[in-house]
Design a protein around this ligand. Structure first.
Ligand SMILES: [Zn+2]
Length: 77
C-alpha cells in the first residue's frame, strides 16, 4: 500500500465503493485506463461471466461519473 501525502496541495482523488482510491490524472486516456484496470478487479467477485461484465461496466461508469463530477466541482471553485 502506498500512501501519498502532500500537505501543500490536495491531490484530486476518487474513491470507489470498495474503498480503493484512484488519483485523478490530467490525461484523459490514462484516467480511462486507470479506471478500467480497477474495474477489472471487480469482475473477480462475480461468478458468472455475464454478471462480471455487468459489474465491470457499472464500476467503470460509476468511477467515470465521479471523476467528471470532481473535475466540475474543482472548476467551479
Ligand atoms: Zn472498487
Amino acid at each position: 500500500m502506498i500512501y501519498i501525502t502532500n500537505s501543500d496541495e490536495k491531490l484530486p482523488l476518487v474513491v470507489c465503493e470498495c474503498g480503493f482510491k484512484l488519483l485523478i490524472l490530467p490525461d484523459i486516456d490514462e484516467m480511462a485506463l486507470s479506471i478500467a484496470s480497477h474495474a477489472i478487479t471487480h469482475k473477480t467477485v462475480e461468478n458468472s461471466p455475464e454478471k462480471a461484465e455487468a459489474e465491470y461496466c457499472r464500476i467503470e461508469e460509476m468511477l467515470t461519473q465521479k471523476v467528471l463530477m470532481s473535475i466540475l466541482k474543482e472548476k467551479s471553485n
